[in-house]
Write a protein that binds this ligand. Sequence first.
Ligand code: C5P
Length: 242
Amino acid sequence: MSAREKLIVALDFATADAGMKTAEKLFGRVGMFKVGSELFTRAGPSLGRDLIARGQQVFLDLKFHDIPSTVRGACRQAAEMGVRMVNVHASGGRKMMEAAAEGARQGPSGRLPWVLAVTVLTSLGPEDLGELGVLGTPEEVVVRWARLAQAAGLDGVVASGREISAIRRVCGPGFVIVTPGIRPMTSSSNDQARTTTPAAAIAAGADYLVVGRPITAAPDPAAAAAIIVREMEEAATSLRAS
Ligand code: C5P
């Protein structure tokens, strides 16, 4: 898979029109577009559907967390819509994740979308987990829940840069790792507290990178994407050489 195909752009816009305008500048230059809850709540599935109709791949980032039958139905709808990836919270438990995987397989392709688990939100620290009664450090919980997601039949996880190596170690090479919080060397971190460069994420074993504002807020999104793709290519080349 090429570096370009591994780059997912987060379309965190207030309207579908604004999202599509930026996406159009990136057609053929990135691998996928991520539609999240803000835009989905505002515009519904229209942007995702339009992107798919125009031959683009879509990651529906709605982080489902509900009783198993509801999540099964939601994942089946995502499959019907034709998205490539959808996600659920691992904290919904094994049965919910199994139902999510089943629902995703009930779509027209029978194989897609991939269902990814969100383990511990990166906004949660040790005190938050303690307050919730969750045992262990965030790192321990991330690994425990990633294994559970894999055992439940999910295809992979969304994980921050600092979690990639530990998850790769326990879940093996076939488990998909999608990493947000990416900032190229030259960009500002915005509100992301713990960022990883594209090269470091690829070197640590990420399969896909999610990048939002460094591309979508750039004066020339296509040029910003090209710089990131180049950085990913260089990291992949030195990985192959090592
Ligand atoms: O603009 P930026 O590159 O920070 O966007 C990152 C995207 O990835 C956002 O859509 C954000 O919701 C998502 N995300 C994240 N950190 C996580 C999980 C998802 O930034 N741990």
